[in-house]
Design a protein around this ligand. Structure first.
Ligand code: NAP
Ligand code: ZN
Length: 349
């Protein structure tokens, strides 16, 4: 085993603190990675605070990992020492069920292994995430990082990027499609950038008036203030596709009204209480309500390559590791433009 410094939540109600954890030595098909940057996702906060019930302490969050290969097992074919690589929200899955065979490892019938807070498949313990100096990951779950993009801006693509790219692709986002994005946070700002790059007509639906100007800078087209009843009423039956990225409990019906006949609203945000939908809100316009979980490994690579081709990265505020608790407080207030990313070199300070 190899010791590595980390930051962990020891309980739902206490701040994250320095901790040391043990990583396995790279096995035959493993890649050992020095973590350079790790994005801060709202899921990290939900899990650290046990908002989804099921957190196993200590929790070491972090699933937007970019780093450099330190060593590889003798069976590893795709990577070598010194390569820039990424790790997203999964580190393992069964690889033989129908979902895995279709490249949809996130929906593995046996349950995929999340990068943190997941039981390892060999029962050797719990997975620990990217708020740490180093990680050992099976080659099949390691991504190649394009070399033409700033690394700190790439890290959030590994979760916020793929989580918004995958439903856009699945629901065939393309030229002229009217896409609404609810909430401009980590996921929301990536949704705006990606949908714009795919040729969609993009509207941000936000409770924050100050985000209208930001949305325009990100390339978005229209803005609806969700707290303004008249604006919401005027936008009824308007969108082909809505991506709801809100992290807090909210009324999904308010947004479903904005979907046009035969359109779809996709739940991406994971507030502790889910959608309570009025049935006629679906029936009346043959609307669909759907969900979507991150994206498969092949699609994540496709998304990274798409971002490289379109020069798309996340807007980030780089922080030191010991700023994480303040970062969580600010994220809860919506005070981040638009993703905190931890510079892992700061672990050694
Ligand atoms: P974030 O950066 O904190 O952004 C969330 C946004 O939601 C905020 O910026 C805010 O946007 C809006 N919001 C917050 N509270 C609200 C409220 N009370 N009412 C209305 N809007 C509110 O979070 P994130 O990292 O993007 O994550 C968003 C959610 O997606 C989290 O629940 C996370 O766990 C989940 N997630 C899901 C997946 C998946 O696979 N489906 C993957 C990753 C994350 P405005 O100020 O613009 O309104
Ligand atoms: Zn995430």
């Amino acid at each position: 085993m190899i010791s590595t410094k980390a930051y962990a939540a020891m309980s739902p109600s206490t701040p994250l603190v320095p901790w040391t954890l043990e990583r396995r030595q790279p096995g035959t098909y493993d890649v050992q990675i020095e973590i350079l940057f790790c994005g801060v996702c709202h899921s990290d906060l939900h899990t650290a605070k046990n908002e989804w019930n099921g957190s196993i302490y200590p929790v070491v969050p972090g699933h937007e990992i970019v780093g450099k290969v330190l060593a590889v097992g003798e069976g590893v074919l795709k990577y070598q020492t010194g390569d820039l690589v990424g790790v997203g929200c999964m580190v393992d899955s069964c690889q033989h069920c129908d979902s895995c065979k279709e490249g949809l490892e996130q929906y593995c019938e046996e349950g995929s292994t999340a990068t943190y807070n997941s039981k390892l498949r060999d029962n050797s313990g719990i997975s620990y995430g990217g708020y740490s100096g180093m990680i050992t990951v099976r080659e099949d779950f390691v991504l190649r990082i394009p070399d033409n993009l700033p690394l700190e801006g790439v890290a959030p693509l590994l979760c916020a990027g793929i989580t918004t790219y995958s439903p856009l692709r699945h629901w065939k986002a393309g030229k002229g499609m009217k896409v609404g994005v609810v909430g401009l946070g980590g996921l929301g700002h990536m949704a705006v950038k990606l949908a714009v790059a795919m040729g969609c007509e993009v509207t941000l639906i936000s409770r924050s008036p100050s985000k209208e100007a930001d949305m325009k800078q990100l390339g978005g087209h229209h803005f609806i203030l969700s707290t303004d009843h008249n604006q919401m009423k005027k936008a009824k039956n308007n969108f082909d596709l809505i991506l709801d990225t809100v992290s807090a409990i909210h009324d999904y019906n308010d947004y479903l009204h904005l979907v046009k006949r035969d359109g779809t609203m996709v739940c991406l945000g994971g507030p502790p209480t889910g959608p309570g939908i009025e049935s006629f809100n679906l029936i009346g316009k043959r609307r669909s309500l759907a969900g979507s979980l991150i994206g498969g490994i092949a699609e994540t690579q496709e998304m990274l390559d798409f971002c490289a081709a379109h020069q798309i990265v996340s807007e980030v505020e780089v922080i030191d590791m010991d700023y994480i608790n303040e970062a969580y407080t600010r994220m809860l207030k919506g005070d981040v433009r638009y993703r905190f990313v931890i510079d892992m070199a700061s672990l050694e300070k």
